[in-house]
Design a protein around this ligand. Structure first.
Ligand code: URA
Length: 438
């Protein structure tokens, strides 16, 4: 086969068969196909798309590009959760310990930031010493003893996705449905959880901007997982404004800890409870979502916070930073951005908020770039809030004065303020399971 011919075929809207897809995936993973050709292929896929069969073939080929994790030594039904990516989306940092405190074996595989969205591993690395390079034995031992372990993508777990993910991040090829579905589901299938809860974001800060596209993505992933014998659910949740108030790695960790302390933002708390309820039901720890409301007690009693400490310590960090989040990385400058007129916040350009965080150093511009864990922003106003001229819209956290000046200008433009308020969009749009997705 010839990669250039396959790129041209895809560019012209042709479909790739199972053998061609597997040849590309395994060839790229082995280093036989260079980045520049794979980048061109990814861009062709962005322009002409893939059908359901191609997406399934791509997913299965990526899943088998490395080892398939055997989690059978973990007691009980193992549940994973994955988000399609958002701005200020720190749900895993709360859901992991909460589900674990409720007795769910959480065997979680996470990734790094992608495009304008943050990644759980980057966020967790705000804890000094925290690492995700667990051996399979350590991973299993941690889930059995404290009910939670979070692994990064080790060299051999869906390595095709690891390489393609990093390439997509820096080639403008993230926001394509088949690439997202195969990226997420290849990792999930390789990492061996029995049940998977997907948080599919919709809106300006998501990769899928419309509800229709988000539903299609959710259906596609649930179908692939169900076909592979996994117990699947997907929640379509709103990402037309950042989740919670904090955007940026260490800032989000602090907000997650506040939520585990019972002082978190309402939207984050609600989404966490819905997603964790589904995990609890899948693990057989509650009959239905209503019975899973007991999770509120687990969250408010501090039990989940205690699990977070054990988890961070089990993966190289210290409990002290969970108890005193001020010890986490802090930026040198903190500056308020103030409204220039009075009215109501009617829109927050959420992707732009993610990009402002990247500009400040919170995301990657090139493959392997280091990121600044301390920078980002904390919103003071969200959609629907009244605002007076001169009042603070957000606080920027920065380490570079020039970038701070540009971020201030862009942040002002990212807020729309009008005389009349608008209806606030629902946080949860739809919950989908394996039967509905057929
Ligand atoms: N999360 C992933 O793991 N991959 C994507 O493509 C998007 C979100």
């Amino acid at each position: 086969m010839n990669m250039c011919e396959l790129i041209v075929k895809k560019k012209r809207g042709g479909r790739l068969n199972e053998k061609e897809i597997d040849w590309i995936v395994q060839g790229y993973t082995a280093g036989e196909i260079p980045d520049y050709q794979m980048s061109a292929m990814l861009m062709a896929i962005c322009f002409t798309g893939m059908d359901e069969e191609e997406t399934k073939d791509l997913t299965l080929s990526m899943a088998k590009s490395g080892d398939l994790m055997d989690l059978s030594a973990i007691h009980g039904k193992k549940i994973d959760k994955h988000s399609t990516g958002g701005v200020g989306d720190k749900t895993t940092l709360v859901i992991g310990p909460l589900a674990a405190a409720a007795g769910v074996p959480v065997a979680k595989m996470s990734g790094r930031g992608l495009g304008h969205t943050g990644g759980t591993i980057d966020k967790l690395e705000s804890f000094h010493g925290f690492h995700t390079s667990l051996t399979p034995e350590q991973f299993i031992k941690n889930v059995n003893s404290i009910h939670i372990a979070l692994a990064g993508q080790t060299a051999n777990l869906a390595p095709a996705d690891k390489k393609i993910y990093a390439l997509r991040d820096v080639t403008g090829t993230v926001d394509q449905m088949s690439l997202i579905a195969s990226s997420i589901m290849s990792k999930k299938l390789a990492s061996g959880a029995d049940g998977i809860v997907l948080d599919v974001k919709t809106g300006d800060g998501a990769f899928m901007k419309t509800l229709e596209d988000s539903k299609a993505l959710a259906r596609e992933m649930v179908q692939i997982g169900t076909l592979a014998g996994r117990d699947m659910s997907a929640v379509i949740s709103d990402m037309d404004q950042p989740l919670g108030y904090a955007v940026g790695n260490a800032l989000e960790v602090k907000e997650a800890i506040a939520t585990l302390n019972g002082n978190g933002p309402e939207d984050l708390r609600e989404l966490v409870l819905v997603l964790t309820s589904l995990m609890v039901v899948k693990a057989g720890k509650a009959k239905d979502i209503r019975e899973a409301r007991i999770l509120e007690e687990t969250l408010d009693s501090g039990k989940a916070l205690q699990v977070m400490k054990e988890w961070i310590v089990a993966q190289g960090g210290t409990a002290e930073e969970v108890e005193h989040p001020d010890l986490l990385p802090q930026a040198l400058c903190q500056e308020a951005v103030c409204a220039e007129k009075s009215g109501f916040v009617t829109k927050i350009h959420t992707e732009e908020i993610g990009r402002i965080c990247m500009l400040l150093g919170g995301g990657r511009a090139k493959k392997g770039d280091p990121i600044d864990l301390s920078v980002g922003l904390v919103l003071r106003k969200k959609v629907g809030d009244p605002v007076h001229s001169g009042e603070s819209l957000a606080i920027l956290h920065a380490n570079d004065r020039e970038k701070l000046a540009e971020a201030k200008e862009r942040l002002l433009k990212a807020y729309e303020i009008k005389k009349e308020p608008v209806a606030v969009r629902p946080l949860i749009w739809k919950i989908l399971d394996g039967t509905e997705a057929e």
